[in-house]
Structure formats: C-alpha cells, structure tokens
Design a binder for this molecule. Structure first.
Ligand code: ACO
Length: 329
C-alpha cells in the first residue's frame, strides 16, 4: 500500500486524584491483597469535582498530541473518539473536543466499543486516511468509568479508573510506518456480561421500564474473564496472520490493561517474553478506552516504544467486542 496512516504524535491525560486499594478498603469489604492477587491493580486515578469528566480528559490528551505533532488544529479533518462514557448521551464527545481545539475543518463522531474503543477508532480513522477521504485525523480513546461504577459493588469498583489518550495520524506515501493490519470482532450474544441498562431508549431514565434495571455497571466477572483470555490471543493471532507476521517479529505488545492475569495469559499464548509486554495496570487499573493509548504514551515516554518499532495492541470489552492492531510506530 503506498498511502498509509502514520502516527505523528501521542498525548495523554489522567486525573490527579489517586485512589489506592487501601482507600477502597474504606469503601467496600475488600483488601489490597485480594485486589493485587486477582488483578495486579494497586491504584487508579479518578475524576474529582464537577469539571473533571470524559470530555475534559479527551481535550487535554488531544491538546498534547497536537502540540507534540506541531500541527495547526485547522489541518485536522476528522476527530474520532472511542468512548462509552461521553459527557452526554448525545451530542458526541468528539464534538466537544472539536470545539475545544478549534478544529473548524473537521468532522467529528464517537465510536462505542468500550475497552476496545481505541482499537476500533484507530482502525476506522486509518481506513479513512488510507482511502484518501481525509489526510489528518485526531483519534482519541478515553473513559471515566469511575462515574458509571456502583461504588457499593466490590466486584467492579476495584477494577476501573479514568484516563484518556490521543494520537494524530496523517497520510504518508511510500513509507513502511503506519497501521499495518487490523482485526475487529464482536459477539452481541454476550451483551449481558457487562452492561448498563438504564439511560438508553430501551429503559429511559425515569420511565416505568427502568424500574429495577441497572443504572450502573454490572458485570459477570468470571464470564468476562473467560471471554477475555480467549479473545486477546485469538485477535492477536488473527491480525498476525493477516499481515503475514509471527509474534517474534513484534517489538512491543501493548494490551488493554484490564487485569494482569489476563495479560500474562495472552502473552504466554503468544510466546511473548515479559520484556516485550508493556504494563501499567498496577498504576491506573482498567481505564477502558483510555487504556491502550495511555499505555502507548507511557511506553514512548519511557523509551520502550521508538519510531520504526512494530507494536501490537489488543483490546476487549462490553459488547462484546474485541480487536487488535499492528502498528509500525
Ligand atoms: N474483594 C474481596 N472479595 C471479592 C471481591 C473484592 N473486591 N470481589 C469479589 N470477591 C469475592 C466474591 O464475592 C467471591 O466470593 P464467594 O466465593 O464467597 O462468592 C470470590 O471473591 C470470588 O469471586 P469471583 O468473581 O469468582 O472472582 P474472580 O476470581 O473471577 O475475580 C475478577 C474477579 C477480578 C473481577 C475477574 O473475574 C476478572 O478480572 N474478570 C474480568 C473483568 C474485566 O476485565 N472486565 C473489563 C471488561 S472491559 C469493559 O468493557 C469495561
């Protein structure tokens, strides 16, 4: 392919408020030991106060990505945001960002693919760049699930944190960099495994239909766990096959940071040694759509992800959805 979507820069945003496992011990009946042993999570960041929300994180991450790319926001023709915790049911968070950065030449919309939101958004934006529909795009993965969590439910409130990341992608000709391959998968029969019932058109807020339905995240943990173990490895093997690569050709593996045990199991199946697996789940927990771009950002800042390296990302989440991207950075 002569025209590719190449990542020019990456930005991130996390709230400053830290919630440690010890802090959560004061909220629900749990322990630091249980959380670390089952998930690897030690602390997470959570939005605090009325201003901090998904759009607030998305805007900061986007501003950093734009500054690091050294571009004028007027050059951006598309703002694509992967999120399931937008500021409003509608309009989209992408439109909030478009206005915040002054991208007056851009179309903007959200993609709903939960923890695979960034995988889906990047794949779609890259396809639009490769087809020639746009030249420059801002792609965001962001969520603030701390707002959607039931803080009385110990099986979910320990897992999630808030964060966002954003990249600028741009068309380049005759390069070996860019999005090399992508796989997007779904299985709506597993919709009940992780969902929020109330607030959509089926069970509108305040309606008789909504009585007794779930207003916060509810999850069937062990079903999601079993699905995730299978899905992570399957998506990676599919995308490797699609681009004609083997896992030993991957320089860095950046999986969705949901749970250390799930990541370790995927890495084992793919024969990836620990030094090729990027981890920050211990610091942030599961930040849903923000997880993969935040990890890519930290990998780059820590010098583990450099221009020309081949990175494989993989995510899974509510839907059910899952998918993987192979990117030459
Ligand atoms: N502290 C202490 N005990 C707990 C806690 C807690 N925080 N949570 C549950 N337990 C208890 C349960 O009540 C249960 O007790 P019981 O045996 O007396 O009934 C016991 O621990 C075991 O519970 P399980 O749910 O079977 O625990 P499991 O080993 O499956 O671990 C976990 C739970 C960590 C949630 C795991 O299932 C998991 O990681 N699942 C995947 C979740 C995930 O990644 N979700 C993200 C989806 S992405 C998206 O789209 C947002």
């Amino acid at each position: 392919m002569s025209r590719r979507a190449v990542i020019q820069s990456i930005g991130h945003a996390v709230p400053t408020k830290v919630l440690t496992n010890k802090d959560i011990e004061k909220i629900v009946d749990t322990s630091d030991e249980w959380i670390v042993q089952r998930t690897g999570i030690r602390e997470r960041r959570v939005c605090d106060g009325p201003v901090e929300c998904t759009g607030w994180l998305a805007l900061q991450a986007s501003q950093e990505a734009i500054a690091r790319a050294g571009i004028d926001p007027m050059e951006i023709e598309l703002v694509l945001c992967g999120t399931v915790s937008g500021d409003y049911i509608w309009p989209s968070t992408a439109c909030m960002v478009q206005d915040g950065i002054g991208a007056k030449n851009a179309g903007a919309f959200d993609v709903s693919a939960a923890c695979a939101g960034f995988i889906y958004a990047l794949s779609n934006a890259a396809a639009m760049v490769e087809s020639g529909q746009v030249n420059t795009a801002l792609v965001i993965g962001v969520d603030s699930l701390s707002k959607q969590v039931n803080w009385e439910d110990r099986s979910t409130c320990i897992l999630f944190g808030d964060a966002g990341g954003a990249v600028i992608i741009r068309a380049e000709e005759n390069t070996d960099r860019g999005l090399l391959g992508t796989v997007l998968l779904s299985d709506g029969s597993g919709a009940r495994f992780i969902c929020i019932d109330v607030g959509g058109s089926r069970y509108p807020f305040g309606s008789p239909q909504a009585v007794g339905k779930r207003e916060k995240i509810t999850m069937m943990g062990s079903e999601v766990y079993r699905f995730a173990i299978q899905a992570m490895g399957d998506a990676c093997l599919k995308v490797l096959d699609k681009v004609g690569m083997t896992s030993d050709q991957i320089d860095l593996f950046v999986p969705h940071q949901a749970n250390l045990r799930i990541i370790e199991s995927a890495a084992k199946r793919l024969n990836l040694p620990p030094e090729k697996v990027f981890l920050n789940v211990q610091k942030y927990g599961n930040t849903s759509g923000g997880s993969i771009p935040l990890a890519l950002y930290e990998a780059e800042i820590e010098g583990k992800l450099k221009k020309g390296m081949t990175v494989m990302t993989v995510g899974f989440g509510a839907g059910l959805v899952w998918g993987a991207n192979i990117i030459r950075w």
